[in-house]
Design a protein around this ligand. Structure first.
Ligand SMILES: NC(=O)c1ccc[n+]([C@@H]2O[C@H](COP(=O)([O-])OP(=O)(O)OC[C@H]3O[C@@H](n4cnc5c(N)ncnc54)[C@H](OP(=O)(O)O)[C@@H]3O)[C@@H](O)[C@H]2O)c1
Length: 232
C-alpha cells in the first residue's frame, strides 16, 4: 500500500485523483487542504484530510504533516489569483514541498507542472509569471534535490470526462507549436486534455518506477493511459 501526500488536494485534478485512490486497494492518501469545509469530500472517500495553508506553513510543519507517506504529489496552483500568489504557491510553495519531502525522508515526488516551461515560453505575455514560476520549480526539482522525481506537463486542462486515452512524450515531443504565430499558445484546441485523464496518469506513474527522472507531456490521444506511460 502506497500512501500519497497530495498538495492542492481539493483542486480539480486532485479531486479526480482522490476518486482513483478511493477505488484502488493499493493506494491511500493524505489530502492537504486549506479550508475545513473541504474535508467532507475526502472523509466520504475514507481519505484523511490535513488542514494546512501552503502560503502560511514552513518546511518543518509541512515535513511533519508528510511523515509516514511514501510519495508527494504537488498539484497546487494559484490559478488566476495574481502574481503574488503565483510566486507564493507555484514557486515557493513547490520548493517548500520538495524540501519538506526530503526532511520527511520521502524520496518520490510527482510534480504537476505546465505544458511548456522552457525559456522561450517565458517570453509570452500571457502566462509569463506563471511560466517563470513553473520553470524554476521544475528546475529546482531536477537539479537541487535528491528526490526520485517525475514532472508531468499537461496540455490545456478541460473538465470533460476522461477518455482513459492520451498522447504522451518527452518535452517538446507531443506537439509542434510555432511561438511566433500565437500569443496564446495554450489556446490551441489540440493541446486539450481532461483533468480526469491527468489524475489517471498520476495513478499510473505511481506504479511505474520507469518514470523516475522523466518529464512527460500529456495531451488527449488514442493510447490507453497505462500503455502510454509504459512507453516513457
Ligand atoms: N489550467 C490549465 O490548463 C493547466 C495546464 C497545465 C497545468 N496546470 C496546473 O495543473 C495543476 C492542477 O490544476 P487544477 O486545474 O487541478 O488546479 P486548481 O483546481 O486550481 O487546484 C489548485 C489547488 O491548489 C490549492 N491551493 C492554492 N493555494 C493554496 C494554499 N495557499 N495552500 C494550499 N493549497 C492551495 C487550491 O486550494 P483551494 O481549493 O482551497 O482554492 C486548489 O485546490 C495546477 O498546478 C495548474 O497550475 C494547469
Amino acid at each position: 500500500m502506497k500512501q500519497v501526500f497530495v498538495i492542492g488536494a481539493h483542486g480539480k485534478v486532485a479531486k479526480h485523483f482522490a476518486d482513483f485512490v478511493a477505488k484502488n486497494d493499493n493506494l491511500s492518501e493524505k489530502a492537504m487542504i486549506r479550508k475545513s469545509e473541504q474535508a467532507d469530500f475526502f472523509q466520504e472517500r475514507q481519505i484523511e484530510p490535513v488542514l494546512l495553508d501552503l502560503a502560511a506553513t514552513d518546511e518543518d510543519e509541512l515535513a511533519k504533516a508528510m511523515e509516514g507517506s511514501d510519495v508527494v504529489i504537488f498539484s497546487a496552483g494559484a490559478g488566476g489569483s495574481g502574481t503574488d500568489n503565483i510566486f507564493t504557491i507555484d514557486l515557493d510553495g513547490a520548493i517548500k514541498a520538495m524540501i519538506a519531502a526530503e526532511m520527511a525522508g520521502i524520496k518520490r515526488f510527482i510534480m504537476v507542472s505546465t505544458f511548456r516551461t522552457g525559456r522561450e515560453w517565458m517570453q509570452q505575455d500571457t502566462l509569463r509569471s506563471y511560466t517563470i514560476a513553473k520553470h524554476y520549480a521544475d528546475e529546482w526539482l531536477r537539479n537541487r534535490t535528491e528526490l526520485d522525481w517525475t514532472i508531468v506537463h499537461p496540455g490545456v486542462l478541460i473538465d470533460e470526462p476522461g477518455t482513459g486515452k492520451v498522447k504522451v512524450g518527452g518535452v517538446g515531443e507531443v506537439a509542434d507549436i510555432d511561438l511566433s504565430l500565437t500569443d496564446n499558445a495554450f489556446g490551441d484546441v489540440d493541446l486539450q486534455v481532461p483533468r480526469q485523464d491527468i489524475a489517471h496518469v498520476l495513478q499510473a506513474i505511481l506504479f511505474m518506477d520507469s518514470t523516475i527522472g522523466k518529464e512527460i507531456e500529456v495531451i488527449q490521444g488514442e493510447t490507453p493511459i497505462e500503455e502510454a506511460i509504459q512507453t516513457i
